[in-house]
Design a binder for this molecule. Structure first.
Ligand code: NAP
Length: 330
């Protein structure tokens, strides 16, 4: 397994990370013996980043990951979890309480990366925090936890308004950012065609690179839509709300199917393989997370990553196919 240096943290992280989220649901609702077997398999294959959150199954993902890591006792894995602050929370207290709960469920004294899970907008409101709340209240609260030895690095979720995300990244307060980057929305890396139906993340990678922020790629399969099939595994539950791509999951599936020439022309053996390898193709990407419902889906992600990033010709073909989405409603 190839690894990359994760921004200014200096950590070497495997290009494939292990997503313990609720969308695929394997680490939330999967069979406990399967969970242990697949995590052991991942570690043996060189995966060293495990990504969870208290929101994933209301603590279930953290408990299951904690149980498995205590059984396996691997050396040198990097564990990241998250805090999502409810509207109106007293930020410093809520951050501390959430981390204490996460550490207890994980059975750890410290997590390597603690990510803010809320979206960030200029003025906040609803589930979002404002730039000022993030920089003036969340960051000092995280820094206190770092001084207490309970977290090693500060992370954020790069979901929200692009201008606000740029401001927070540019402030260089966060060591890690979870960035949406997939075949339907490559705008963290480059310009989108005009009237393209997705959020424009405004070359966020230029900002993360300048700030030395490590990047965790999320929604690499657009929540499953980039399989090109609307069918979901029973463990996976309902189709998720898209992040940054179309307004509906079905619209993402429809566009994903229009990328099938990548497979028919031999650039990849499946759309999910193409999507997984696409996400690795930019050097700003540190590690990618692929959500899964089954052990088979982990094997697919591993096999795709082992083939390496998509070659230039495939990336060019993909750009050409994507041009046809321009002007369509989001
Ligand atoms: N910070 C944040 O706010 C945030 C947000 C999103 C994700 N994340 C992190 O990123 C991780 C991954 O993201 P995600 O789960 O949202 O989405 P994702 O990786 O884009 O999509 C996961 C879905 O893709 C489908 N899939 C996976 N492998 C497949 C295969 N080989 N063939 C066909 N379909 C396949 C599965 O859906 P089916 O059941 O339909 O097959 C699975 O549920 C999460 O676990 C979490 O750790 C973080």
């Amino acid at each position: 397994m190839q690894s990359r240096i994760f921004g200014r943290t200096g950590m070497q992280i495997s290009v494939l990370g292990f997503g313990c989220g609720a969308v695929g649901g394997f680490m939330v609702r999967g069979d406990p013996a399967d969970q242990e077997r697949v995590v052991a398999r991942a570690i043996a294959a060189g995966v060293n980043y495990f990504d969870t959150a208290v929101q994933y199954g209301n603590g279930e993902s953290e408990k299951n990951l904690g149980r498995v890591l205590q059984r396996l006792k691997p050396a040198n894995v990097v564990v990241g979890t998250k805090v999502r602050l409810p509207p109106g929370a007293f930020i410093a207290d809520a951050v501390t309480m959430s981390l204490e709960g996460s550490l207890a469920r994980l059975g750890l004294e410290r997590v390597d990366i603690f990510h803010l899970h809320n979206p960030v907008t200029e003025t906040g409101g609803g589930p979002a925090l404002s730039v000022r709340q993030v920089l003036d209240e969340v960051v000092p609260a995280f820094e206190r936890l770092r001084q207490q030895g309970k977290i090693r690095f500060l992370g954020m979720t790069a979901v929200g308004d692009t201008a606000a995300l740029n401001q927070v990244i540019d402030a260089r307060a966060f060591d890690s950012a979870q960035v949406v980057y997939n075949m339907l929305n490559p705008s963290a890396a480059g310009e989108l065609p005009e009237n393209y139906p997705a959020q424009d993340y405004g070359r966020l990678f230029d900002h993360t690179e300048a700030a030395g922020t490590g990047v965790v790629g999320i929604r690499v399969l657009a929540g499953g839509a980039l399989s090109g099939s609307a069918e979901r595994h029973p463990i996976a539950g309902l189709a998720p709300e898209p992040i940054g791509s179309a307004m509906s999951y079905d619209a993402d599936v429809d566009r994903a199917r229009r990328l099938m020439p990548l497979v028919k022309e031999g650039f990849a053996t499946s759309l999910t393989e193409a999507a997984t390898r696409f996400a690795l193709s930019h050097p700003a990407m540190g590690t990618i997370l692929v959500g899964m419902a089954t052990p088979r889906q982990f094997e697919d992600a591993l096999a795709a990553v082992q083939k390496g990033p998509l070659p230039r010709a495939a990336l060019d073909r993909l750009s050409a196919l994507r041009q046809s989405f321009s002007g369509e409603p989001r």
